[in-house]
Design a protein around this ligand. Structure first.
Ligand SMILES: *[C@@H]1O[C@H](CO)[C@@H](O)[C@H](O)[C@H]1NC(C)=O
Ligand SMILES: *[C@@H]1O[C@H](CO)[C@@H](O)[C@H](O)[C@H]1NC(C)=O
Ligand SMILES: *[C@@H]1O[C@H](CO)[C@@H](O)[C@H](O)[C@H]1NC(C)=O
Ligand SMILES: *[C@@H]1O[C@H](CO)[C@@H](O)[C@H](O)[C@H]1NC(C)=O
Ligand SMILES: *[C@@H]1O[C@H](CO)[C@@H](O)[C@H](O)[C@H]1NC(C)=O
Ligand SMILES: *[C@@H]1O[C@H](CO)[C@@H](O)[C@H](O)[C@H]1NC(C)=O
Length: 661
């Protein structure tokens, strides 16, 4: 412990030196990116095949299964593979089961996307798990099968989003960003340090998606980024399998021998580079950084670094988008949980959750996970009415009027407001960063996908990804190649990335501006209804699994819009909007009139002093492993109920979920 403590102090000292010696003031010396990067041709704006639409598709967890047999048994021993004509596996999939997706569902989903979204979105975020699960001992998966399934889904994207569907070799009309899921490899969950078989194979299968300049990085580590709006917005496809707690082949992000460590270093350098280029980033990956009282998806050292990086690059990161969990929800990374001791190499750190039943993710365990999130959010300070006014969040219920009347004098109100802001990291809630998790295409509940709207103000004329592809550009500017090397060198010296410059305005995740995420339109297809109309599976006799019943159509419709919705009523998806939603879920509605919890004030990372760690008794015992249940006064639970029902894509009514909480 002594040695580590010393090392930490040395490390922290290095930070201080590095910070003061920083020669670069990104926000005061904005390079003329536009000048430097505009492609040679001057009329790019006019020749652009299409303009930005301000929307993108997030789709995840297809789990295509070629052994799926309609009319077979759906229990966990048969998983829609066995017992032909004995069960009621649907043609389009079997909601409420552990079965994977029949090809018909996948084909029709792409058909629907082609008809309805192809020309409406600017890029596609595809967060992995194309292949079926390894859930049937009688039909073990093979490496070839997994490759084929990955290839099939990749082809479907190309066919759907290329200029000509008859010539699939034609170039893509928009960028598609794939990601490696824990079932896209074999054995599932186990992903060794690269280069390995899977990074090599997937780099070929995803040739159309991974920018040429990034291919080497991908083969090394399984991660890359694409400038989806050149010189404005990059999407980072993170290899979350190196962070994933269930990957027994690696060990976290603290030690230099680990691929997770190198990925974090890479991410940090790239985010710094984007800051200097005045660009923004969306981070995406398969396994989300889930961390609550009973679930922890990432190794704690990786979670710690990620949370620290997002805190320090809060001016750059637009948001994090994930899949894997199959339930619709979101989570915060709370910078108050950052514990710098986790940056120490070679230290075995205890996990946040002692007994993690993460792999057994049944409806019951999902219910208890959602409850654990609610408990976390119930502990957050709730915004007083004056803050909601500041945030121009219209008070969500009639009770607010009462709260307004109760306010005693302006001075007191101002104090209350300032106290609240102090707790949440200022008026933009910069204490937190946000991860949005999309539910899946595989119909554990209903098949679903989401279209996210983002702000494209003042970007009507910027060259698009397709324009740049045309010019065979996309190569990094020499100037930035050199700068990247400098940043790499500098990063090696200090374990903590530089925060935004003091003069930097809040980033797009925190205050509305170009690239801020605005709305989620969550779509789902009620395949129960489709199947019911045709009456095919109910009348199981004579089901012919070789041919699909004619006329059976997967039709996606809107489940909810976060902005037009009666319950969520989110003007945008900034952290503070979602924060307010989380407190409504946590403390119950009419939260604005509840007393706020007493909590430690939030401290900026920049202010964390090394001497904070001098008292040894603090080390190793500063984190609470579980949330202690407090007695709370809930009012109405309207928002929580909607959140819980939406988590399961409307497949279960709240009463059915409640039974399992
Ligand atoms: C799905 O599409 C592929 C190619 O587009 C086709 O070969 C296959 O037969 C289709 N499958 C079903 C079940 O419709
Ligand atoms: C998951 O459940 C199975 C059977 O229900 C059990 O054998 C296994 O130990 C469980 N795994 C974990 C990690 O809890
Ligand atoms: C889906 O369709 C079934 C059958 O028509 C219906 O009972 C159910 O309420 C529908 N669910 C949703 C969420 O649309
Ligand atoms: C968290 O739980 C683990 C396992 O029970 C334990 O070893 C560890 O000391 C706990 N950590 C803290 C900070 O209490
Ligand atoms: C959670 O914390 C409480 C109070 O500190 C403690 O009594 C309990 O044993 C803890 N539970 C687990 C599972 O660690
Ligand atoms: C809201 O939920 C809490 C916790 O589950 C429960 O104790 C309370 O009775 C609920 N309130 C209402 C009005 O349903």
């Amino acid at each position: 412990m002594q040695i580590n403590l010393q090392r930490l102090l040395v490390a922290a000292g290095a930070v201080a030196i590095a910070a003061t010696a920083s020669p670069f003031v990104p926000f005061e010396q904005k390079p003329l990116i536009g000048e430097l990067h505009r492609p040679e041709t001057s009329d790019v704006g006019e020749t652009a095949s299409r303009k930005l639409t301000g929307k993108f598709l997030h789709i995840t967890d297809f789990h295509l299964d070629r052994f799926y047999v309609p009319g077979s048994l759906t229990d966990e021993d048969n998983v829609c593979h066995h017992g032909k004509r004995k069960g009621n596996a649907g043609y389009l999939g079997t909601p409420g089961s552990e079965c994977d997706s029949p090809e018909l569902l996948i084909n029709q989903t792409f058909g629907w996307i082609k008809e309805n979204l192809r020309d409406e979105v600017d890029f596609v975020i595809w967060t992995g798990d194309s292949a079926r699960h390894d859930n049937d001992e009688r039909i073990p998966r093979t490496e070839n099968q997994i490759e084929e399934l990955n290839q099939d889904i990749a082809n479907k994207f190309i066919q759907t989003f290329s200029h000509s569907s008859t010539h699939p070799d034609e170039t893509l009309i928009i960028p598609i960003i794939p990601n490696i899921g824990n079932n896209d490899i074999m054995p599932h969950n186990i992903f060794k340090k690269g280069p390995n078989r899977w990074t090599k194979t997937l780099s070929q299968i995803w040739e159309a998606f991974i920018p040429e300049a990034q291919r080497h990085t991908f083969v090394e580590g399984g991660y890359f980024y694409t400038e989806v709006i050149p010189n404005k917005l990059a999407v980072f496809s993170l290899n979350t399998l190196y962070f994933y707690d269930s990957n027994q082949a690696v060990d976290g992000c603290a030690q230099k021998s680990q691929p997770g460590y190198h990925q974090m270093e890479w991410l940090r350098v790239q985010l710094q580079l984007l800051r200097e280029r005045d660009m923004k980033a969306i981070l995406m990956g398969h396994v989300p950084p889930a961390r609550s009282a009973d679930k922890q998806a990432w190794d704690e050292t990786c979670w710690q670094k990620y949370t620290l990086w997002l805190q320090q690059y809060r001016d750059v990161v637009v948001g994090g988008l994930y899949g894997h969990m199959n339930i619709d929800h979101f989570m915060f990374q709370d910078s108050k949980d950052i514990d710098l001791q986790y940056l120490l190499p070679e230290e075995h750190m205890s996990p946040f959750v002692a007994e993690n039943n993460y792999e057994n993710f049944t409806i019951e365990s999902k219910g208890s996970y959602l409850t654990s999130l609610r408990d976390l959010w119930a502990d957050l300070p709730t915004p007083p009415a004056s803050v909601l006014e500041d945030w121009s969040i219209s008070d969500v219920d009639e009770d607010a009027g009462v709260a307004k009347k109760k306010r005693k004098g302006k001075k007191k109100e101002k104090e209350k407001k300032e106290k609240f802001y102090k707790k949440i990291g200022g008026k933009y809630a910069e204490r937190f960063s946000l991860s949005l998790v999309s539910p899946s295409v595989v119909p554990n509940y209903y098949p679903t996908l989401r279209v996210i709207e983002y702000d494209i103000t003042e970007m009507e004329k910027v060259p698009t990804w397709a324009d740049v592809q045309h010019d065979k550009a996309g190569k990094k500017d020499e100037q930035w190649v050199d700068r990247e090397i400098e940043i790499q060198k500098k990063s090696k010296k200090s374990p903590i990335p530089d925060p935004p410059s003091k003069s930097a305005p809040p980033g797009p995740a925190y205050s509305r501006q170009p690239l801020t995420l605005l709305n989620i339109a969550q779509y789902y297809a009620n395949i129960t209804k489709e199947e019911g109309i045709k009456g095919v599976v109910a009348a199981n006799d004579g089901v012919d699994d070789e041919s699909s019943p004619k006329g059976l159509r997967v039709n996606y419709g809107v489940e909810y819009h976060t902005n037009k919705d009666d319950i969520y009523r989110l003007d945008d998806l900034t952290v503070r909007s979602i924060y307010n939603l989380a407190t409504r879920i946590g403390a119950g509605d009419k939260a604005s009139s509840l007393p706020t919890e007493t909590e430690d004030d939030y401290t900026e990372i920049d202010e964390i002093k090394a001497d904070q760690f001098e008292d040894e008794s603090d080390i190793g015992s500063t984190k609470k492993n579980n949330t202690t249940k407090k007695k709370r006064k809930y009012k109405t639970n309207k928002t929580w109920k909607a959140f819980a029902e939406r988590a399961f894509v409307g497949f279960l009514a709240y009463d059915e979920i409640e039974d399992k909480l």
